[in-house]
Write a protein that binds this ligand. Structure first.
Ligand SMILES: C[S@@+](CC[C@H](N)C(=O)[O-])C[C@H]1O[C@@H](n2cnc3c(N)ncnc32)[C@H](O)[C@@H]1O
Length: 242
């Protein structure tokens, strides 16, 4: 199985911790309410702990991990769960150690077969891999222009790169249903929106980040003259069973 699309560098986030933590969209309460019983949880690619804080209150136990020590450190300042710097492809845990493995906005960074084989190894029989992503569902000239600029400036980026059938991709290790989709939206200032843009690895891979942000700013001001950006999302949740 080929690696999934990677429109930027997986370690780019290490220099983006502040913008990431301030501006990244959270996940809707309906997402956490839709999770099956969690039990003992391993979170992969936990980053600055956006999902970890919610998981800590719902799991019997939680261990958080990330490839990036700076991202993980920011998350560990927010909750009491133990943390380990490691890649999803080489997990320093024993066989059948967890009931659930979670990955929020991160699985597209992993490599197969190493990562799914490792997850299957550390899960107990019948354990679950829960994967979710926020995806922007905006429409309008500002959005089309932003996506056009990204595709022109970063050959690895394609709009819709998250539209992957993970049930098919992970069929050798897991079974599951099509993803659950949860629609929601947020309103944020233009300043925060720009920090959100800068927190994306595929934006950092552009040859002219500031030019890109300035172009987006002009389009956004035309669409949202009061400087308050309305941003619609769909959150897709994949529940996959070992
Ligand atoms: C987009 S962030 C998601 C962070 C967090 N889960 C969230 O929901 O905000 C992706 C995270 O995956 C981590 N990452 C990238 N490749 C990884 C890998 N192979 N194994 C584990 N973590 C990885 C990055 O360091 C980063 O913190």
């Amino acid at each position: 199985m080929a690696d999934l699309a990677r429109p930027g560098s997986p370690t780019a986030f290490e220099d983006l911790v502040d913008d990431y933590d301030a501006a990244r969209p959270r996940y809707p309460t309906a997402l956490y309410d839709a999770l099956p019983t969690l039990g003992d949880v391993l979170e992969l690619g936990a980053g600055t702990g956006i999902a970890s804080q919610e998981l800590a209150g719902r799991a019997r136990s939680l261990v958080v991990t990330d490839l990036g020590p700076r991202m993980l450190a920011r998350g560990l300042a927010k909750h009491a769960a133990p943390g380990v710097v490691c890649a999803a492809e080489a997990l320093p845990f024993g066989d059948a150690a967890f009931d659930t493995v979670c990955g929020a906005q991160m699985w597209h960074w992993t490599s197969a077969p190493a990562a799914p084989a490792e997850v299957a190894r550390v899960l107990r029989p019948g354990g679950r891999l829960l994967l979710w992503w926020n995806e922007v569902r905006a429409e309008g000239a500002w959005w089309d222009a932003q996506q056009d600029r990204l595709e022109a400036g970063n050959p690895s980026y394609r709009r819709g790169y998250r539209e992957v059938d993970y049930r098919a991709q992970l069929a050798p290790w897991f079974t599951g249903a099509p993803p659950r989709e949860i629609d929601w939206e947020r309103t944020l200032s233009l300043e925060l929106y720009e920090r959100w843009l800068r927190s994306k690895s595929y934006v950092q891979a552009l040859p002219d980040v500031e030019g890109f942000v300035a172009g987006c700013r002009a389009d956004l001001l035309a669409a949202f003259p009061d400087g308050q950006v309305l941003e619609p999302f769909v959150t897709r949740l994949w529940v996959l069973q070992r």
